[in-house]
Design a protein around this ligand. Structure first.
Ligand SMILES: [Zn+2]
Length: 120
């Protein structure tokens, strides 16, 4: 049978088979670390989204514009993260960072649009 150890400190566990921690202290240390890793993950993604949003906003002061992929990349735009997608009846896919959206056009260009209304 496998030796049971505390998953936080590695101390030998005594008692119930389903125990994972040797003490409440280890349990809360473990959970705190897990939570802070998770909030770091969320924070990093929020930062990417916010940066994307600021870039789109800056390139789109009139609420409608056309930019090249290079312009976006040069400013640090990250195409992997966006908040939502909007598919038109014609099948065009707009990707949004909050209310700033972009649509891939031909030849590495993008249309940027601003949405006034909030859509669920
Ligand atoms: Zn422990």
């Amino acid at each position: 049978m496998k030796k049971q150890e505390c998953i936080e400190c590695g101390d030998r566990l005594v008692g119930r088979q389903d125990k994972k921690f040797c003490s409440d202290n280890c349990r809360s240390q473990y959970n705190n670390r897990l939570n802070s890793d998770q909030s770091k993950f969320v924070r990093n993604i929020n930062n990417v989204l916010r940066r994307n949003y600021r870039i789109l906003q800056r390139l789109n002061p009139q609420g409608k514009s056309k930019v090249s992929r290079d312009d976006l990349v040069a400013l640090g735009f990250n195409f992997r993260y966006f908040t939502n997608e909007y598919v038109t009846k014609a099948g065009k896919v707009y990707r949004f960072c909050y209310n700033q959206g972009y649509l891939s056009l031909e030849e590495n260009y993008f249309a940027i649009v601003e949405r006034k209304d909030y859509v669920l």
